[in-house]
Design a protein around this ligand. Structure first.
Ligand code: SF4
Ligand code: SF4
Length: 563
């Protein structure tokens, strides 16, 4: 008998097959992308609202089925599936209402006749949802409770799985990811928020980027190499994730010339978000980058064809800036002086693999907190706990009811807007820190304190998923579908596919008509649309999507207990 713990993340899914008798993890699998188009939850919402939630739900269930297929067990032996994620991912998975999450503001919701949805814990037969997709006759699905309709199970997981809820001092917890969930606790008051950081924080949207997975550079460190009797050279030692997701010494390289000075134990194939943060911190520390985003000759080379460019620094900076702006906004809105921030808790793959000192150096983690603690993937940890201990669900439901949290919408916060504008200018336009601080003063925000030099930094997890089983982590590559957009009058100029940053799109001809054919998992969605802008005859309109390859997928509806 098996159970599956599933984390539906904004940049990809992670799942673990667990033997319910031995309680051991048998296998772990992950996708490299989210199956829906887009680099953030808003793109996923837009896609679902545009093409219909049934289709979005079908694509997600198809991806989950492919993950389950890689486990190689008879689906009738799967008894439990516990799924965690943010409210948007969990709603899309269950094919339930999402419009209350799409339209901010009570007035707008009233105009559209949209009610807030109750996102209490649910337990229901898997056959209700996976009907026609995967035969799971003996499986029950458990969805943990949200704290409020827009504060999801993933936020609950990051609070429960860290020390956050027990702290009396001012503490911030952040689940570092594409949609960075975060919360501040001051006394008994909790305010939650989230920053749509974008996929760069996890390595996507970076030219040689990849999600934290085997072969990804997760860190870089300075190392001296003696090249002649009295001459030492500054080189960078790569840390590369192996098949068990542990960091191992990679090559020693000269980042300016790209020369491999010494081979490593493991070859890198790309760089993940924490690796990019390390590159930025090290480039600033060693003087290779005086002011973002300008690198020497516009790039640094990490060997094996892996480069970080000015554009990558700007892209990563936008994500770092969004997280930093949201954390500062939470502090300001809670009325807490910056100096009173005691604890910072970091979770998620990006919160685990990052070198905390470097994260503090570049601002993705406040450098004025007195303590920083790194945890792993708290969503999958909670899903695993609920899978292995049935009584835990009752406890978690009771706990969720006791948490009185307010949610701060960053999208409508003037404070967030002001600080994020400063961050964007710093990371992408070369605005100096001096000017940044001037703007802060102009907005009448208190000055940012200097870094706490002797801060306590504690790492409570060495991997984002502590136990992955005895076989290498399985990567599920092909999780999306193909969508086709009719492009009437297409002159076959190829500008759309040349402009596409992800090579997601080609134009094809069928029975004398032209279509733009696009892989959902590769497309960056509504936040991109470069293909649309590039077309000289304005032929591409993603509202006219025709779906390919979804035959056999059917809409499920959910019955069962709501707690
Ligand atoms: S250019 Fe078009 S197809 Fe390519 S990622 Fe952007 S929106 Fe998607
Ligand atoms: S840019 Fe427009 S006209 Fe050119 S190939 Fe693409 S769809 Fe056709």
């Amino acid at each position: 008998m098996y159970g599956i713990a599933l984390d539906l993340g904004t940049s990809g899914f992670r799942a673990q097959l667990i033997d319910l008798e031995t309680k051991k993890v048998v296998r772990t699998a992950m996708t490299m992308r989210h199956p829906l188009p887009g680099g953030n939850v808003i793109d996923h919402l837009d896609f679902a609202l545009e093409v219909g939630e049934d289709i979005a739900n079908s694509i997600i269930l198809d991806a989950v089925s492919k993950i389950i297929a890689t486990f190689g067990v008879d689906p009738t032996c799967i008894r439990k599936l516990v799924v965690c994620g943010n409210p948007i991912q969990l709603s899309l998975f269950q094919n339930s209402e999402i419009r209350d999450l799409a339209f901010a503001g009570k007035n707008m919701q009233r105009r559209l006749g949209v009610e807030n949805v109750d996102r209490s814990a649910k337990v229901f037969p898997a056959s209700d949802l996976f009907r026609g997709v995967l035969n799971l006759p003996n499986c029950e699905i458990t969805v943990p409770p949200a704290i409020a309709h827009e504060i999801g199970a993933d936020a609950l997981a990051m609070m429960i799985e860290t020390d956050f809820l027990n702290r009396k001092e001012v503490s911030i917890v952040t689940d570092y990811g594409t949609n960075a969930e975060m919360a501040i606790k001051t006394g008994d008051r909790i305010i939650t928020g989230s920053a749509a950081a974008g996929p760069a924080i996890e390595g996507q949207g970076i030219s040689c980027g990849m999600i934290a997975s085997p072969g990804a550079i997760s860190d870089v460190n300075l190392e001296k190499k003696r090249i002649e009797k009295d001459i030492e050279k500054d080189c960078w030692r790569l840390t590369v994730l192996d098949e068990k997701m542990e960091g191992r010494p990679g090559a020693l390289i000269d980042p300016v010339t790209g020369e491999t000075v010494e081979r490593g134990e493991i070859e890198a194939v790309g760089i993940t978000g924490t690796g990019v943060i390390a590159v930025i911190a090290l480039a600033m520390e060693t003087g290779l980058m005086e002011q973002p985003p300008k690198l020497p000759d516009g790039r640094l080379i990490l060997g094996n064809g892996i480069e970080i460019t000015d554009a990558d620094i700007a892209e990563a900076g936008k994500a770092i800036g969004a997280i930093r702006a949201a954390q500062l906004t939470l502090l300001l809105e809670a009325g807490v002086p910056f100096e009173e921030l005691e604890n910072v808790y970091m979770s998620g793959a990006s919160g685990t693999y990052v070198d905390c000192r470097k994260a503090r150096k570049i601002g993705s983690c406040p450098d004025f907190s007195k303590k920083a603690v790194q945890f792993g993937n708290t969503s999958i940890a909670l899903a695993r706990e609920l899978l292995l201990d049935e009584s835990r669900l009752g406890e978690v439901i009771a706990l969720a009811r006791t948490i009185k949290a307010d949610h701060l919408m960053m999208a409508t916060s003037e404070t967030f807007k002001n600080i994020y504008t400063c961050e964007l200018s710093y990371w992408t336009e070369g605005m100096s820190l001096k000017l940044y601080k001037k703007f802060f003063k102009m907005y009448k925000y208190p000055p940012l304190p200097g870094p706490v030099e002797n801060a306590v930094m504690e790492k409570r997890a060495s991997k984002d998923i502590e136990e992955t089983g005895n076989v290498p982590v399985e990567i599920v590559e092909d999780v999306g579908i193909t969508i086709e957009v009719p492009v009437e009058g297409c002159i076959q100029c190829s500008r759309c596919n040349e402009e596409c940053p992800e090579n997601a799109l080609v134009t094809i001809e069928k029975n004398g008509s032209f279509f733009a054919s696009c892989r959902t998992q590769d497309c960056l969605g509504t936040s991109c649309r470069r293909c649309v802008r590039a077309c000289p005859i304005k032929a591409i309109d993603f509202k006219n999507i025709a779906i390919q390859n979804t035959s056999g997928l059917q809409k499920g509806s959910i019955t069962g207990g709501v707690y």
